[in-house]
Ligand binder design. Structure first.
Ligand code: ADP
Length: 292
């Protein structure tokens, strides 16, 4: 058994600190603004993983003083009904953030729903306007998971300028915005994906390695450069030999922790940071309303 020499990037602890700060900000501002921030998490159907995420987000929101306008719809809900709900929430002055929990049941068009969310209430940062602002390096609401990764790297003062950053995965939720944020931070960025040849040669060059492919154990210790900073965005539920279910990442944590300089755990790494960034986006939209 190798010894773990890597330092842990503690997303859980940092998320708790951020949430305390948000709670203080909200407590201060609420009397002036006359209402708490509001977040509407829309969930369709009963995917158990999604239900757990939604519950988590609402619980974390309630803890910092964000009012929930969340709604839960049956699987067969139509596109039109959801569009009408979003249109109402866009107009609702109590609501600062709206998000549609993905994935949606097959008959629904997620892309077109995301287009309907008012860009200044787009708490998940997935509207084309906000993604476009990210491409241009303009301020805007940023996608929560990659924003959480950046915030964690910043907290631990990980140097990014001129570093080789490799993002494994090119999804619109994580990989693509992640690569753009690293680019914005002056890293030299490579994106690997399912058609990439010789992944190992690419990941071995990474000073910063971000795994976001959704494949348990995809990244082994042999694929990691000694001294690298390794970020695991994967959250995969697996059942072990004793029949117990647990969460593991895309990275073989035990072995990689003896090679890397820094590593994120799963759970307790990027997951909690994603929730913290969602609440932060909601509060930043709330603050915007005072400036109008
Ligand atoms: P997430 O929601 O974490 O972004 P998705 O499941 O939506 O994850 O996307 C998975 C991404 O991982 C895809 O962009 C895909 O190209 C990438 N991917 C899948 N398999 C591999 C692989 N073997 N190596 C690198 N990237 C991969």
């Amino acid at each position: 058994m190798e010894t773990q020499t890597a330092k842990i990037l503690d997303g859980k602890a940092l998320a708790a600190t951020i949430q305390q700060e948000l709670a203080t900000t909200i407590a201060e501002l609420q009397p002036k603004i006359g209402r708490p921030p509001g977040l509407a998490v829309l969930m369709v159907g009963d995917n158990p993983a999604s239900a757990a995420y939604v519950k988590n987000k609402e619980k974390a929101g309630a803890k910092v003083g964000i009012a929930s306008f969340g709604q839960h719809f049956p699987t067969q809900t139509s596109q039109t009904v959801l569009e009408e709900v979003i249109a109402e929430l866009n107009q609702d002055e109590q609501v600062d953030g709206i998000l549609v929990q993905l994935p949606l049941p097959k008959h629904l068009d997620a892309i077109s729903l995301l287009h309907k969310i008012a860009p200044d209430k787009d708490a998940d940062g997935l509207h084309p306007i906000n993604l476009g602002k990210l491409v241009r390096g303009e301020t805007g609401l940023r996608s929560c998971t990659p924003a959480g990764v950046m915030r964690l790297l910043e907290e631990y003062k990980i140097p990014l300028v001129g570093k080789q950053a490799v993002v494994v995965g090119r999804s619109i939720l994580v990989g693509k915005p992640m690569a753009l944020m690293l680019l914005e931070a002056d890293a030299t960025v490579t994106i690997a994906h399912s058609r990439t040849q010789d992944l190992k040669t690419i990941t071995q060059n990474a000073d910063i390695l971000i795994a976001a492919a959704g494949i348990p154990g995809l990244i082994t210790a042999q694929m990691v450069k000694p001294g690298a900073v390794v970020i695991d965005v994967g959250i995969n539920r697996v059942t072990d030999s004793s029949g117990k279910s647990r969460l593991i990442g895309d990275i073989d944590f035990a072995a990689t922790a003896s090679v890397a300089e820094y590593i994120t755990p799963v759970p307790g790494g990027i997951g909690p940071m994603t929730v913290a960034m969602l609440l932060q986006n909601t509060v930043s939209s709330y603050l915007q309303t005072t400036r109008n």
